[in-house]
Design a protein around this ligand. Sequence first.
Ligand code: FES
Ligand code: FES
Length: 178
Amino acid sequence: MPNKNFNSENLELKDTLEINFTLNSVKRSVKVPCTYTLLDILRYELKFTGTKEGCGMGECGACTVIMDGGVTPACLVLATTLEGRDIWTIEGISAKDDAKPIIDAFVARTATQCGFCTPGMVVASYHLLSKYVSPTDDQILEALSGNLCRCTGYVKIIEAVKAAARDLNTVKKEGRDA
Ligand code: FES
Ligand code: FES
């Protein structure tokens, strides 16, 4: 839970602040300029460069992370609001067993070309498939609507998400039958 004793209104732009939050299930404490965003903290303070910096304005989805269970553009999260949050980035998500079918499907379907959008796409797809075991086309389109890709034309990305859903369901069925 966010620290209720923390008051960002007392900060000046030149100030640094210490923030405690959880990143990929590990407790972190950082001291950063209060003007930093979560994206700045990830890339420049902690060197978690899997989260990409695209527009910096919440429009491209390259910086997508999961914050407190919801898909969030890290470039729009101010450091002053980060205290106590639970953050998952592509580094943490890609280490999970249930993310492997998504990553494999992106590779097998050539749903990644330059790769710049791919971490954000995978994070958004992981969040979608953790909510819906067999998402409809509309649910996939809505889940990825905040993620832009300049290379693939989206068709292969959508095919990859559908293939990953099928693979995840097969793995779950085999687990139940074993
Ligand atoms: S860099 Fe955050 S949405 Fe584009
Ligand atoms: S693969 Fe290049 S932007 Fe999506």
